[in-house]
Design a protein around this ligand. Structure first.
Ligand code: NAI
Length: 446
C-alpha cells in the first residue's frame, strides 16, 4: 500500500495547521480535511484573512497548497473511504456529565469518528490518533472498528500526539523537537508505523522521530502537558510570595532559569495558563491516576490546576483592592486570547478574571486584536453561571474596537494577554500588568 490520500477528521487548531504543513512538505499526497461543522469548512475555503484558525505563517501555506493537494470538504464518508490513512484530530474536552464528569476526557467525538470510519471503509486503513487521548483509548477504537467494520478489512491504529503550541504552531511543526509515533509491535503494526515515518521524514530528521508502543505515546502527551503546566503553576505560586516579600518575579525567574537543569521556558509569571489543553489534560491525568487507585499521585497533579485557579482569583482580588472596592469604577481589560499570536480564547484566564470582576460589580471595557467581538460575548454569556451576584450582563461589558477606546473609558487598565501592541501603552491611569510586558511605568506588575 502507498499513501496517496490522507483524510483528517477535525479541521480545528490542530488538524488545520498540521495538515497544511504535511500538504506543503508532501506534494505527492492529497490531503482532505473534513469537519462536522459546515461553517468551518466554508471558512477554510473562503477569505484567507478570515480562516477559522489564526496562526502566524498559516495563511501563506494555505494560499500555496489549497486546491492543489490540500482540500476542505463536508463529504466525510467519501473522503474516509478514498484515503489510505485517516487522522483523528477532533476535540476531546473534559466530560460535563456521567461518570468522571469534570475530570475525564469526553471521548464521544473520537468514538463517533471511529464508528464513521468503520462504516465508510471498504479497504484497509491506517488510523492515526492525533487528538490527545487517555491511555488505552486505541484499544477502544480498535474494538469499535472490529465490531462495526466490514469483514476482512484491517485497521491499524497509531498514536501520533501533537506537540505544537498555539501561536507558534507553524514553526513548531516545521521544527518539531520530536515526533512521537506509537504503534503495535506486530508485523502490520510496524508497516503502518513506517508509512507514517516516511511522511514526517520529508522534513523532520530521523533522529527526532521517536517510536514507542501505543500506550507510552498516549501517556507521553498527557505527561508533557502536565509537566509544562506545572512550571507555570510553580512560578505563579511564587509570584504570590514575591508580592508579600518584596522579591521581584523577573529577577527570580532569571536566577532560577539560568540553572541549565531548569532552563528558562515557562517561568514567566502570568494570570494563569489557559488554552484548551493544559487544564483538561491534567484533569484527565488526575482521573486516570484515581482510576488506578493512585490517590496521592492524583492529588499531586490536581494541585497544578488548583494553583492556576488561585492565581486568577488573586488577580481579580488585587484589582478590587487597587480600586478600593469601588465597584462603580470601570476596568479596561487588554487581551482576551489565552496568549499572544492566537485567536483562541478557550479556557483563557481573561474569561475567569473578567467574570469574577463582573461578580464584584465592575463594568469592563474589553479589547483583543484577534478574538472577535462575537467570541468574547459568547465566552462571557456561556459562563454566566459563574457570576455570583445578580447583574444584568448586557450593561456589564463592552467589547472595544481599539486600545484607545478601552483606555479612554476605564479607570484602571488590566493587561491579561502579552500581545506586543500592549507593550507601548501610555496612560496616567493605573495599569496592572500581569504579563510584565508594558514598557512604561506601571502601577503593579506580577
Ligand atoms: P478544535 O475544537 O479546534 O477542532 C476539533 C474539530 O473537530 C472541530 O472543528 C469539530 O467541529 C470537529 N469535530 C468534532 N467531532 C467531529 C466528528 N465526529 N466528525 C467531524 N468533525 C468533528 O480542537 P483542537 O484544538 O484542534 O484539538 C483537537 C485535539 O488535539 C484535542 O484532543 C486536543 O487536546 C489536541 N491538541 C490540541 C492542541 C492545541 O493547541 N489546540 C495541541 C496539541 C493537541
Amino acid at each position: 500500500m502507498k499513501i496517496k490520500n490522507i483524510c483528517c477528521i477535525g479541521a480545528g487548531y490542530v488538524g488545520g495547521p498540521t495538515m497544511a504543513v504535511i500538504a506543503e512538505k508532501c506534494p505527492d499526497i492529497n490531503i482532505t480535511l473534513v469537519d462536522s461543522n459546515p461553517d468551518k469548512i466554508s471558512a477554510w475555503n473562503g477569505d484567507l484573512d478570515n480562516l477559522p484558525v489564526y496562526e502566524p505563517g498559516l495563511k501563506e501555506i494555505v494560499k500555496k497548497v489549497r486546491g492543489k493537494n490540500l482540500f476542505f470538504s463536508n463529504e466525510i464518508d467519501k473522503n474516509i473511504n478514498n484515503s489510505e490513512m485517516i487522522f483523528i484530530a477532533v476535540n476531546t474536552p473534559t466530560k460535563t456529565k456521567g461518570e468522571g464528569a469534570g475530570m475525564a476526557a469526553d471521548l464521544k467525538y473520537v468514538i463517533s469518528c471511529a464508528k464513521q470510519i468503520a462504516k465508510s471503509s471498504r479497504s484497509n486503513k491506517i488510523v492515526v490518533e492525533k487528538s490527545t487521548l487517555p491511555v488505552r483509548t486505541a484499544e477502544k477504537i480498535k474494538d469499535i472498528l472490529s465490531t462495526h467494520g466490514r469483514k476482512g478489512i484491517n485497521f491499524e491504529i497509531l498514536s501520533n500526539p501533537e506537540f505544537l503550541a498555539e501561536g507558534t504552531a507553524i514553526s513548531d511543526l516545521y521544527k518539531s523537537d520530536r515526533v512521537l509515533i506509537g504503534g503495535d509491535e506486530t508485523k502490520t503494526g510496524k508497516i503502518a508505523v513506517n508509512h507514517l515515518i516516511s511522511i514526517y521524514e520529508k522534513w523532520i530528521p530521523k533522529s527526532k522521530i521517536l517510536t514507542t508502543n501505543v500506550w507510552s505515546s498516549e501517556l507521553a502527551k498527557l505527561a508533557s502537558n502536565a509537566m509544562l503546566a506545572q512550571r507555570i503553576s510553580s512560578i505563579n505560586s511564587l509570584s504570590a510570595l514575591c508580592e508579600l516579600t518584596g522579591a521581584k518575579t523577573e529577577e527570580l525567574s532569571k536566577a532560577i532559569g539560568m540553572d541549565k537543569r531548569i532552563g528558562t521556558h515557562f517561568l514567566k509569571p502570568s494570570p494563569g495558563f489557559g488554552g484548551s489543553c493544559f487544564q483538561k489534560d491534567i484533569l484527565n491525568l488526575v482521573y486516570l491516576c484515581k482510576f488506578y487507585g493512585l490517590d496521592e499521585v492524583a492529588e499531586y497533579w490536581h494541585q497544578v490546576v488548583k494553583i492556576n485557579n488561585y492565581q486568577r482569583t488573586r488577580i481579580a482580588n488585587l484589582v478590587d483592592k487597587t480600586l478600593n472596592r469601588q465597584s462603580n469604577k470601570k476596568i479596561g481589560v487588554l487581551g482576551w486570547a489565552f496568549k499572544k499570536n492566537t485567536n483562541d480564547s478557550r479556557e483563557s484566564s481573561s474569561i475567569y478574571i473578567s467574570l469574577n470582576l463582573i461578580s464584584k460589580g465592575y463594568k469592563l471595557y474589553i479589547y483583543d486584536p484577534k478574538v472577535s467581538d462575537k467570541k468574547i460575548t459568547t465566552d462571557i454569556k456561556d459562563n454566566e453561571h459563574l457570576i455570583k451576584s445578580k447583574h444584568n450582563l448586557e450593561n456589564k461589558f463592552v467589547v472595544c474596537r481599539s486600545i484607545d477606546e478601552c483606555i479612554k473609558n476605564s479607570d484602571l487598565i488590566l493587561v491579561l494577554t502579552e500581545w506586543e501592541e500592549f507593550a507601548k501603552i501610555k496612560t496616567k491611569k493605573k495599569i496592572i500588568d500581569t504579563r510584565n510586558i508594558v514598557e512604561n511605568e506601571v502601577y503593579f506588575k506580577l
